[in-house]
Design a protein around this ligand. Structure first.
Ligand SMILES: NC(=O)c1ccc[n+]([C@@H]2O[C@H](COP(=O)([O-])OP(=O)(O)OC[C@H]3O[C@@H](n4cnc5c(N)ncnc54)[C@H](OP(=O)(O)O)[C@@H]3O)[C@@H](O)[C@H]2O)c1
Length: 430
């Protein structure tokens, strides 16, 4: 390696990879001035070498063989932009075994095998950098890993999936159903043809697992994250929430409750006065609450080739700088072994809308069922009359298990015709 040129092997040259290649070329002088290193992409693995790509990389640098990239002695750093768990995992382990630091934007891989990769990197004192894996262009991982090292983080809560936020914004603006808003998101390119990972909350759960692992120094995997998507949200839910002064958002929440971690992804009503309520369209925002610093909010573009490339290039420059300067990298994930709280054992606040019989004594009968499970009611009111009568409840914070028990009891009552909606309420104190 010449003193200031660091050679990059890239796995993948799609939306993000191509944007990284262009940025490394077009901003080479800025990067060199600021980071003191020149980045040069020397090898690139793709599936189809014949494909036309608008990137400033010579054709002979391309290969379909990922191993050839990570084994190449002319590659100093490997950046993985393939997506999916395999072959990304094996290739990054091999790169680390070869003594090369790695950068990745792959949340799915980190949420599943982050500990294995962190161990492999840590054993050799190599960097494993992943700023782009959560909230794309928003610098969030480095603040959590570095800037807030002296802070006790209590909660990380945010909107980390642009597709679902776009859909919920459309539903709210136009009174549309979920299906109508999804079709519009697909037409405009905000949702994929198969939107399952986004709308069912799996993408947000992977990001939540990474944020929880970093914030609380304990290994949280995607499978540990309780997950509900937005497919069950109706136009009525959104209209009801708006009338009461709330916006409906898909939130990823990681918090410490009595030294155990609660990690969950679900739709929630957020007061319109809370900063997260005004995060519209495909934007992301993450709220970090620390014991000393108080509340911080990180806001911006959570996806897209260009914004995501800024995070990848930032990581590359930092990793390259360490290669030039020498020194061991910090361990990516630590594991204090904190317990993961089951969802039933998690505290939350709830909004319930019950379609009920309109006769004297119904409210008392229902309130008694709440009391029996230990769920206390903050507010209750009736809307409509006769066949249209509904009772609306907002509870105090209660255990999810107790709330679910109340729901089962309520469904068994003759006076309750239907539980029309149940939504969690978050951010009241924000
Ligand atoms: N797109 C975003 O806005 C965004 C934001 C944040 C994070 N990320 C993450 O960034 C990563 C890349 O996303 P992307 O949107 O750039 O994906 P993409 O456009 O689908 O690009 C994937 C690239 O990987 C190559 N590839 C896939 N499997 C391969 C294999 N087995 N061997 C060799 N090459 C292979 C593809 O080759 P071909 O070009 O020949 O098909 C393509 O160049 C993912 O982990 C994603 O979650 C993306």
């Amino acid at each position: 390696m010449s003193e200031r040129v660091v050679r990059v092997g890239m796995l993948g040259c799609g939306t993000v990879g191509a944007a990284v290649a262009r940025m490394v070329q077009e901003r080479a002088e800025d990067i060199e001035r600021r980071a003191g290193v020149r980045l040069r992409i020397t090898r690139v693995a793709v599936r189809d070498v014949q494909r036309e790509r608008d990137v400033p990389i010579p054709a002979e640098a391309f290969t379909t063989d990922g191993e050839a990239v990570v084994d190449d002695p002319e590659v100093d750093v490997v950046v993985e932009l393939l997506g999916g768990v395999e072959p990304a995992r094996s290739l990054l382990l091999r790169a680390l075994a070869n003594g090369k630091p790695v950068v990745t934007a792959n949340k799915e891989l980190l949420a599943q095998a982050g500990d294995e990769l962190a161990r492999a990197a840590g054993d050799r004192g190599l960097d494993l950098a992943f700023e782009a894996a959560v909230a794309g262009g928003i610098p969030l991982i480095r603040p959590l890993r570095v800037s807030l090292v002296g802070e006790r983080i209590r909660r990380v809560m945010g909107i980390v999936n642009g597709t679902t936020n776009f859909i919920l914004t459309q539903m709210s603006d136009h009174g549309w159903s979920f299906e109508q808003a999804l079709a519009e998101a697909q037409r405009l390119g905000y949702a994929e043809a198969d939107p399952t990972a986004d709308v069912e909350g799996a993408d947000a759960a992977a990001k939540c697992a990474i944020l929880a692992s970093l914030a609380f120094d304990s290994r949280v995997r995607a499978a540990d994250v309780y997950r509900e998507g937005i497919t069950g949200i109706t136009a009525q839910d959104i209209a009801d929430a708006a009338r009461l002064g709330y916006a409906v958002k898909l939130l990823a929440i990681a918090e410490l409750q009595d030294d155990a971690i609660s990690a969950r992804v679900h739709p929630a009503m957020v007061p319109t006065t809370h900063p997260l309520a005004s995060v519209r369209d495909a934007f992301n925002a993450v709220f970090v609450e620390g014991e000393t610093v108080g509340q911080l909010m990180f806001y911006g573009r959570g996806a897209g080739g260009g914004p995501t490339a800024t995070a990848v290039v930032g990581d590359l420059a930092q990793v390259a700088r360490r290669l030039v300067d020498g020194g061991r990298a910090a361990v990516a994930f630590r594991d204090l072994g904190r317990r993961i709280r089951p969802m039933d054992d998690t505290l939350g606040q709830y909004y319930l809308n019950l379609h009920v019989e309109d006769r004297p004594g119904v409210l008392a009968e229902i309130a008694e069922r709440f009391g029996r499970s230990g769920v206390s009611i903050e507010r209750v009111w009736q809307e409509g009359h006769g066949d249209e009568a509904t009772l609306v409840f907002i509870t105090h914070r209660a255990l999810e298990g107790a709330l679910q028990k109340t729901l089962t009891d309520l469904r068994g009552l003759d006076c309750v015709r239907a539980v029309s909606s149940l939504l969690r309420v978050e951010g009241e104190e924000g």
